[in-house]
Ligand binder design. Structure first.
Ligand SMILES: [Zn+2]
Length: 220
């Protein structure tokens, strides 16, 4: 549910989000439903047994006699502030989600970890790595932006210092946490390898192979 793009004064249930058509509007579930749960039946197969908004589209019942299975004292009860807002950083949110996944028996925690990495962390790492190498530079003094770093190494307009607009930190932001989660939840080797490859790419971008600072201990 995002910001509205279109406002309408007349709501036709046929035109609303299809997801909402799946709401069941029955006062109780039939025995067929409970029997079907025992055989892991595809939910689509028991649709005919359960009355939903979908069945009522275009009839007067689309607006009335909407029933429910459990009573409540307050239809607006529930969290006033979602955990998505109370947990601040992305890592906090993910840790909370994974902790929950480990507690729920019906959920495979490694699968949750895998999905978070594949749908959030990997695209973020890849996207920022790409952005870093294609970034523009900026003058700290006058704020002028340049598509490429000026050869004179200072702002051609005012002589000010030139800095990057995408920083190393934002590229590496989710690397450590991805590696930790991948190890902790033992996700698919393929995904692990994708993270390892990204780690190598990031390392080769930020570390100079020729002049590496060494300590005395390195030679002993
Ligand atoms: Zn400047």
């Amino acid at each position: 549910m995002d910001a509205p793009l279109v406002l309408t004064t007349h709501i036709d249930p046929n035109e609303i989000d299809k997801e909402a058509h799946n709401i069941d509007v029955t006062a109780q579930y039939p025995l067929e439903f409970y029997n079907a749960t025992l055989t892991y039946t595809n939910p689509k197969e028991i649709i005919p047994h359960i009355d939903s908004v979908h069945n009522r589209l275009g009839t007067p019942q689309q607006y009335e006699e909407t029933m429910f299975t459990h009573h409540t004292d307050n239809i607006a009860a529930g969290p006033k502030n979602s955990a998505y807002k109370t947990l601040e950083s992305m890592v906090d949110k993910m840790n909370a989600q994974l902790l929950l996944a480990t507690k729920i028996r019906a959920v495979d925690d490694w699968d949750v970890a895998e999905r978070v990495i594949n749908s959030h962390f990997l695209p973020d790492l890849i996207g920022n790595l790409h952005a870093f190498t294609k970034q523009r530079v900026r003058c700290v003094k006058c704020g002028a932006k340049y598509r490429r770093p000026p050869l004179q190494n200072s702002c051609p307009r005012c002589g000010g210092r030139i800095v990057l607009t995408v920083h190393e930190g934002s590229v590496k932001k989710y690397l450590d946490v991805s590696l930790r989660v991948a190890e902790q939840y033992n996700i698919e080797p393929y995904t692990k390898q994708r993270i390892e490859l990204l780690k190598k790419e990031i390392k080769s971008l930020f570390e100079n192979d020729k002049s590496k600072q060494k300590g005395l201990a390195d030679f002993m």
